[in-house]
Design a protein around this ligand. Sequence first.
Ligand code: NAD
Length: 307
Amino acid sequence: MSAENDATPIIINGKKSSQKIRDWVKIEIIKLRESYNFIPGLAVILVGEDPASKIYVNNKEKQSLEVGMNSWKYRLPAESSEKKIIDQIHKLNSDDLVDGILVQLPLPEKSSASERLIISEINPDKDVDGLHIINAGKLVSGENGLFPATPSGCLHLLREYFSDLSGKKALVIGRSNLVGKPIANMLLNQNCTVTMAHSKTKNLINECRQADIIVAAIGIPEFIKSDWLKKESIIIDVGINRIENSNSSKSHLVGDVDYQGAIKICKAITPVPGGVGPMTIASLLLNTLKAACVRRNLEPPIFDFTS
Ligand code: NAD
């Protein structure tokens, strides 16, 4: 059983951090417009009518416009062929006004298109979701590139609250291309000693008990129990799980970690909602700003996490 923490835990505030990033991006866009007469632009392709995907895409559009970016949304029917989606990508690849291209995933279940193939057709310099194999390779090699937004958001939070991660034992639970693998590589690039766990990991509890940092990206509500945690550990909870309330028709969100138990043990934790979630679009805007500068051979401005 883990001992309780000595001090009040830090509740890592993703809403506040993401607002800081968006305010900064807005100022940088004004500077770019005034100095170089262009505005970065993000194009999002939505295939099908999935309600959650529509909300995500609308939020991306809204926040892009709020920071002064150009924003374009392309809606294709769920039954669109792979060729039709790829044709749209090719048009955006050759459109000079477009700096970032994102295909909202997952594609609808009835779609016959391959997500892997679709992503591979995006120009890697405009791949602001960081899922193209070239950008994935750059991340693994420790080179500069465009990296996935949610893990970038996790890293922003860790670096803002705990500037030096060097030498910390980090456990990443989940090995998706979207979250687990990229955050593991990002933490490795920050000189953490990284362990990756997944559904086939034996004795996960033991791994958790040794970790200074845990990034949970599993998708199972409150899967990580508080008595698995090391005292004073840092918990980044990526999970977003919707739970139906038993006594009403409403629902609420929980993460992959037992939050109420964990706050008695850990040094810091991201709440769900309000932790990692808001950081995803903020990181996407940072990526689009970066892509816009790199494409024009301009030095991209760097956001200072410590400010
Ligand atoms: P995924 O389904 O692709 O991957 C889940 C991973 O969890 C797998 O690698 C699997 O090996 C691992 N896993 C499953 N059962 C396990 C077990 N019993 N023990 C250990 N590992 C286990 O999911 P994903 O896309 O990586 O997303 C993970 C969670 O993060 C989901 O809840 C998702 O909604 C959330 N998410 C949040 C954001 C955000 O903006 N905050 C973005 C993306 C994903």
